[in-house]
Write a protein that binds this ligand. Structure first.
Ligand code: FDA
Length: 491
């Protein structure tokens, strides 16, 4: 087996991994990053769009796995979008250099300060709202769509209709910032540059326009000359050595998923940034197979960030409609968070199916009153999730309230076209928690019971943050790595 020694190793190239890499590289440290997915930019393979799914569409699957379009057959390839299926919930994640930033809708939402304080009572909220959130906005290139463009552009009819209907039903709407470059979008509308958001590209990757992490944090980190990213390298398990260093068993694959090399990596400092589900799997599996020490809080306080999908079909499709042409980049939301009885936020989501399906799609984000727990099932060799309908009861009530109020004001029916009973309780894009900051780790993400292991990703957030999470994940990672470096953890 090939053995590599790397002083500092990061597993995963999503938000937490990319922030850690940049700040460590800027501090002059050499960093090796292992990513199980493909380096798309280096491969030169284009991303496919939603209407013609190709290589990038799914992680080693024979069929597409998009929530409503799982009809296309595929040749298994290490694509960008993966889905982990559990009994009551399916969790979608991004794979590839850039992690979730490759597949997500780019919605860059800062949490409400009052909720942030409730979720993280021990953090200095002032410092976050004055320093880390503005820093993250700058680094991620967050921007906002021009109102005139939004008003005129046929690709945003779904947003205009969604907002008008929300107002008629008495809801408050908000403009949602994004990392997609809206100046690029205005040019693509005029056909001055190749189309991406207007060419149904998003959940299988964007060829243009979207400032995913490979264009921001990771690019800056690579430019220092201190970062090496090894793609198609999947960490299978971790061992703790007697001298408190770590040994990783890693499988290198080709793009068909076939293992081409078994490798061993030794490191002194290890950062786990494999995303909530990836990090939990590595910790819990390593505990099961290698007796790897883990703290009792690992796996606890897991949540779906209150994700609950629902939709509406129009009763009279011809009188309304959301438009045959739709941008894939959401820019509108409904903010009902202050309602004591039915607090939720919902994205007015696109449904770019290439025709006017007269259907409105909403991804609700609710509070998570009852958290779940993740553990490792040694017999079946997979993660197991303690999560069922009882965890989503209130979310369902909110969705029902929302849809009824919208239909009463505007007409329409709950969408049985999109979901069996009109409710998608099992759709999760935002898995969070299981390795909560200050509980399973110290105040800066250093894992309890370990001297050289850090967790810096979505698993630090206790199951809920009230809005789409990557801005918060990035800000928490900035805060943690800054303090870890200051404390000479990586000296
Ligand atoms: P992230 O999941 O980004 O990265 C982890 C990386 O680790 C992955 O690249 C993975 O391949 C790699 N990895 C895992 N296990 C490994 C192993 N064993 N060995 C090597 N590598 C391994 N959020 C938001 O704020 N706004 C939005 O608009 C959206 N929209 C959205 C749409 C869709 C379809 C999805 C699936 C998700 C979103 N999200 C979102 C959620 C957002 O993308 C998500 O919260 C973040 O990407 C999570 O960041 P992390 O740093 O935690 O891990």
């Amino acid at each position: 087996k090939e053995i590599t020694d790397a002083p500092i190793l990061i597993i995963g190239s999503g938000y937490g991994g990319a922030v850690s890499a940049l700040r460590l590289c800027e501090a002059g440290k050499k960093v090796v990053m292992l990513e199980m997915g493909l380096n798309w930019e280096k491969s030169g393979i284009p991303f496919s769009n939603m209407l013609k799914p190709g290589k990038s569409a799914a992680w080693l699957k024979k069929k597409t796995i998009a929530p409503f379009m799982n009809i296309f057959s595929l040749t298994p390839f290490t694509g960008t979008l993966d889905r982990m299926d559990f009994e009551h919930i399916n969790i979608w994640v991004g794979r590839g250099v850039g992690g979730g930033s490759l597949v997500n809708g780019g919605m860059a939402v800062t949490p409400k300060e009052s909720y942030f304080k409730e979720v993280f009572p021990d953090l200095d909220a002032n410092k976050f709202y004055n320093t880390y959130f503005p820093l993250v906005h700058k680094e991620l290139k967050v921007n906002v769509i021009g109102e005139q463009f939004l008003k005129d552009c046929p690709y945003y009819k779904f947003t205009r209709v969604g907002e008008a209907e929300a107002h008629k039903a008495g809801f408050k709407t908000i403009r949602v910032p994004n990392v997609y470059d809206f100046q690029y979008m205005e040019k693509e509308y005029k056909n001055e540059v190749p189309r991406s958001a207007f060419n149904t590209e998003v959940i299988y990757g964007n060829n243009h326009g979207k400032n995913s992490l490979d264009k921001t944090y990771l690019k800056k980190a690579l430019d220092t000359g201190n970062l090496e990213i090894l793609d198609l390298h999947c960490v299978d398990n971790i061992k703790l050595n007697e001298d408190k260093t770590y040994t990783l068993n890693v499988q290198q694959t080709d793009t068909s998923g076939t293992v081409v090399a078994d490798k061993v990596f030794n490191c002194t400092k290890l950062i786990l940034a494999a995303g909530t589900m990836g990090t939990l799997k590595l910790l819990l599996k390593s505990n099961a197979v290698n007796n790897f020490p883990i703290h009792e809080q690992i796996g606890k306080s897991w949540g779906n960030n209150g994700n609950f999908m629902t939709g509406r079909n129009w009763v009279k499709p011809l009188s309304g409609g959301t438009g045959a042409k739709q941008s894939t980049i959401p820019v509108g939301g409904i903010d009902n968070w202050e309602d004591k009885e039915h607090p939720f936020f919902t994205e007015i989501a696109p449904l770019p199916m290439g025709m006017d399906v007269a259907t409105a799609l909403y991804l609700l984000i609710n509070r998570v009153d009852k958290k779940g727990e993740v553990s490792y099932d040694s017999i079946n060799k997979k993660l197991s999730l303690n999560w069922d309908q009882s965890n989503t009861t209130k979310m369902r009530e909110n969705a029902d309230y929302f849809i009824k109020k919208m239909n009463r004001a505007n007409g329409g029916t709950r969408s049985h076209f999109l979901f069996n009973n009109g409710f998608g309780a099992d759709v999760c894009y935002h898995p969070l928690g299981g390795c909560v900051l200050g509980k399973a780790t110290n105040e800066y993400g250093k894992l309890n019971n370990h001297d050289n292991l850090y967790v810096l990703d979505g698993s630090l957030i206790p199951g809920t943050i009230g809005v789409n999470p990557f801005v918060t994940i990035t800000a928490i990672a900035e805060y943690c790595i800054e303090n870890l470096i200051r404390q000479n953890e990586f000296a």
